[in-house]
Design a protein around this ligand. Sequence first.
Ligand code: SF4
Length: 384
Amino acid sequence: MAFKNADLVRSLYIHWPFCPYKCSFCPFVAFSKFDRFMVDYQQALLKEMDDFSVESGTRNKLKTIYIGGGTPSTWPDDLLLEMFNKLNDKFNLEVIEEITIEANPGTVRYEQLALWQKLGITRISVGVQSLNDEVLEKLTRYQKVSDVRQFMKWAGGMFRSLSIDLILGLPEISDDEWKRQLEEIVTWPIQHISVYFLSIHEGTALYFKVKRDAVLLPADDETVDLYHWTIEFLKIHGFMQYEISSFAKLGHESKHNRAYWSRDLYKGLGVGAWSYDGEARFQNEKKLMTYIEAQKNNETCLAYKELLTAENVRFEKVMLGLRSLQGFWIEDALEGLSDAKRTEFFEKVGMLKDQSFIKQVGDRIYLTTAALAIENEVAVALTV
Ligand code: SF4
């Protein structure tokens, strides 16, 4: 695959694409009713791990591993154990700082949690999304709130960090209901919360429902107001915002996501997985059978490669700096620009400062609270 600097990779993403059902809003590489291919997929995944290890020529000392999906909590215990044996064989996990697995509470057994703990998993990211069963069912996410509460009783205290995902802006969730849900959530034994705006991705079942008015979404400005309320509420309860969508108790920020936002190298394994080698971004084949067959036949499973241009790099540095609330260096946004473009950049900076969307401290530029919900527009404006 010609992954440059493979030996320098310190973060690994592993994709498990199987789901018990397909949620109507899902834009991910995920398959329901394909469980019969789990064993074949595992063989393909392990083969990709072998190939990467040969390419690297060393047992990379990993700092973070993220097992995402799909629904990794449907990974059968024996196969997961086999995958971890391979991980330990091909990589050096002696200095690992974080291993995360995503879980759908409706699919987790207590014995599974004990196994995950034994395997060295330190962090669980739980897909909660909402505490309203009816709304979840309408989104064809057949998970019960009672499963989530049971999961919290089991998993609380077992792992270094428990994180939950919530979706803001779901249909039929009033402001009051959202606030009541958060009041319960902050009493759970969790250390991290991700709050995502509902996105309607073209081609999803939800996209077609919205198009024919079968689902009514809340107005954008109401959702943005609620987002600002959420930031303040979580802060009062000890969850500090450290990225547009991420809130954590002190010391529980996601190390793996930080690696993405810092543009560190990472290798993604599995169908549809993305990688970054410092020069290019890659994506594996997104079709399950094509990925499996490619691995079986010793062919490349790469479907997409984009060599980053100077403009791409400037945009990533600006956008990730704004998103992660850590700001970006002005000189990074100016790299390689002509005098005319530099002038244009400073005009944009002046305009966005006047609108109170950004602030400058020394040679760095940061997003203001007022612009948190329009970070992408600000990043686009600043990439001239
Ligand atoms: S559980 Fe996650 S990955 Fe699976 S269908 Fe639902 S949103 Fe997609």
